[in-house]
Design a protein around this ligand. Sequence first.
Ligand SMILES: Nc1ncnc2c1ncn2[C@@H]1O[C@H](COP(=O)(O)OP(=O)(O)OP(=O)(O)O)[C@@H](O)[C@H]1O
Ligand SMILES: O=P(O)(O)OC[C@H]1O[C@](O)(CO)[C@@H](O)[C@@H]1O
Ligand SMILES: [Mg+2]
Length: 500
Amino acid sequence: MALDGIPKMKIVHGDAGYVLEDVPHLTDFIPDLPTYPNPLQDNPAYSVVKQYFVNHDDTVAQKIVVQKDSTRGTHFRRAGPRQKVYFESDEVQACIVTCGGLCPGLNTVIREIVCGLAYMYGVTNIIGIEDGYKGFYARNTISLSPRSVNDIHKRGGTILNTSRGGHVTSKIVDSIQDRGINQVYILGGDGTQRGASVIFEEIQRRGLKVAVAGIPKTIDNDIAVIDKSFGFDTAVEEAQRAINAAHVEAESFENGIGLVKLMGRYSGFIAMYATLASRDVDCCLIPESPFYLEGPGGLFEFMEKRLKENGHMVLVVAEGAGQELIAESLRTMNHQDASGNKLLLDVGLWLSQKIKDHFANKGKIPINLKYIDPTYMIRAIPSNASDNVYCTLLAHSAIHGAMAGYTGFTVGPVNGRHAYIPFHRVTEKQNKVVITDRMWARLLSSTNQPSFLSPIDMEQVKKEDEPANQLFDQNSIADDYHVESTEGNNNGLPDGSTSC
Ligand SMILES: Nc1ncnc2c1ncn2[C@@H]1O[C@H](COP(=O)(O)OP(=O)(O)OP(=O)(O)O)[C@@H](O)[C@H]1O
Ligand SMILES: O=P(O)(O)OC[C@H]1O[C@](O)(CO)[C@@H](O)[C@@H]1O
Ligand SMILES: [Mg+2]
């Protein structure tokens, strides 16, 4: 339950600075719940697996690059099936809801929750809530079975539909209670996980035996703690097609410029990875790295040089880049969508016009600019093979956690191992590209673009940047965050927040 807006944390301390940031369990607020043997032990597919069940005290380390004298640091509870479960198969009434924007793989996760519950735990009562959170109280539900979801993973979008806004906690929990739902699987981004957290708190306050499991979804990859979000790889792959087209167009005309706008409201991961993967991009602009157009060291100077050298160039811009520059030139109001997310000004159109105006000036070279905006194309497609496997593991981890009585958690890989992470850890901040980290340096050295930072700016940025996870980059200095940023308690949390 929240105290001054801060959720109560379940922290366990161990030797050598070991800290477990645990997730809630139904028995925390409903004592004496009966347990049952896990039906998986009799499942022919799983019964042969040596050590199939996860040990009760298995945890996953957040920081795996360590030094001789390092403390052990923060850990999360390892995901996976437990010996004992807190639900009998025919007692389970599960529901699934998808919220926020689309993302490749949503249908795969839905399919695998339905099939996983049915095939691993013999659960048959599963319903889909349509249209996101508001569907809890505004729409009828749809019944889901392995048969009805059999080939949905081949389709983009979500068969349940999704929405932004419309989260009224009390009405959602009333609906959960009235329908007798006792496992809630919620797929969505940071906003959705915030919504899931307050649903969990209300369920806990009412003392209901209902497990709430969040499955993080966003192509922006802006969810903290987890290695990466599903659909991200698919989106990066699809972005290659747009970049290829931009390159072909640019190459085929004198002083051709291909400009591609990619998604990324606050985080430039898609633009950064699409650029690194393509090798055809001359300059990548992301929200985390401020840039400027005119004067020495600016974008236009770089473009003139590149066009002189190569006769063409490709620019990739993340939708959230340069917002302050556009706002300055357009003096626009601050608009929001139904979920309260800032509505962005179109950097692609703005930049196209600025580039055209610049090169139209007397004495400048004539250019051929082609602007490609594949925004929704990269997220409205089915997930690729590796995302499909990832989605399956996420669904299974969520099911195992809920069946084992864990609740109020988001599931996701931390350093490659699936873990149960308390909601507040994935919602307290967003994952961003750290421009003082090695991955951004790799990009700068691969495109050879300017950093747009003066030596003074660089010092400032180094001081300000809080390293976050960088997509499996185990060598990243970002991993040092949890030691360097702690004061006193060495667990990455504010002092005084360690009581359990
Ligand atoms: N603080 C909050 N408390 C309760 N509900 C919230 C909160 N923030 C967002 N939500 C709800 O979560 C849902 C999804 O939020 P949002 O539109 O921000 O997308 P998201 O989950 O962050 O996904 P995306 O990756 O597309 O941004 C909406 O229904 C919104 O009302
Ligand atoms: O147009 P919609 O559906 O609100 O979604 C756009 C947003 O969704 C995201 O893909 C995920 O948050 C952002 O990159 C983008 O700004
Ligand atoms: Mg969001």
